[in-house]
Design a binder for this molecule. Sequence first.
Ligand code: ADP
Length: 428
Amino acid sequence: MEQEKFNAGLEKLVGVIQDLSLARDLESIVDIVRRAARQLTGADGATFVLRDGERCYYVDEDAIAPLWKGKRFPLESCISGWAMIHCESVVIEDIYLDPRIPHDAYRATFVKSLAMVPIRKVAPIGSIGNYWKDVRNVTPQEIRLLELLANATSVAFENAKLFTSLQRQIKLRDEFISMASHELKTPMTPLLIQNYLLERKVTGNSSLDSDQLKKEVVRHVDASTKQITEVVSLVDNMLDASRLRLGRFSYDFKDDVSLVDAVVSVVDQFRASTKVSITIDIDPSIKGFWDRGRIEQIFRNLVSNAIRYGDSKPIEIYAKLLGDRVLISVKDYGIGIARADQERIFERFERAASSRSYGGMGLGLYIVRELVRAHGGSISISSEPGSGSLFEVNLPIRSQVDAVKIPKIRKAEPQLSSADDFILKPVF
Ligand code: ADP
């Protein structure tokens, strides 16, 4: 008899697995699983619980009367948490005889017996519960069916996560193509105008004498050069980002690279084109085993951001020696960055400011982070919207070149390790 019920359950499960294989988001998975969990065992109720940090989140249920939908309980004080912590299924014939059960939470419900299986046996991301209104001995076959459902749920989670991540990557790529085309085209219009005006002045019936004409030519050529430089630096950033990603970036580490010299040469380039005050306070004795060109590239990106997003307010660059490391700060008093954006802006193509008001491809900080890492350092940010941003680069004085070689094969996408990926971040 039990075997027959088990076989019927297996048949149902095949249909459920088919449905799960088509599920692309958390809501669909939860909906399929909460119903299936109840049908497979003929239980009076089923819950779908996800781990939310140190708490169990009762996401949804299918039951003869309300259970705990929408509630959160600490992991240690609920039976779903017990199943997740111990990575094993649990059956309780009479809940009022079991000390693991928070009896108060159950008194308002119909539940007398229960079974709980973790979703994934290693680092569970949640659990599936079954409940009965009468004291009942849950059979090993019923547990087996629930465990098979939990396995299928875990695979569906991974698929949905992969699907979401692929969708995001495709969206990012499409946005990037449109943003890159826009960014590359923007300097072209003034460039064309400069060339047109230049041609008119040189070939037209101008009343200018040769000295005046020369001055005008220089003015137009300077303006054109500025636009071309902008395009070249955009393309450079694109190429660098791609090389960094493919691990085809070369470094030229040398002894006694002077930090102040590198920063001053970067800032001097900006001073020629901005009126914003930039102060530098770096002890000339700070020297390191670094790649001077890459150090300049790091600060070129940080300073150009500080100018772009700095609301024309002063910018401060200062450094402090901390034993065998140096902490270099680039501080502005501009638009700032919301806390929610502070991590992702270091990823490729990620931007936080409105694209209407600010140009940019979202590559600068990615390049900075990778170059800093290649020197064995780290970068952090403190910022408040409206008050400005502080970027702090922490570099070892002697970069361990061997230890910091960029790997050819990039790290795989992080695995889904908790339900946080679904609940706490708006990925769906
Ligand atoms: P972008 O070319 O868009 O500036 P970045 O990778 O350099 O690319 O920066 C990513 C995003 O981080 C920017 O689009 C902007 O929203 C934000 N950002 C970077 N630096 C600052 C800063 N100093 N102040 C405010 N926002 C900044």
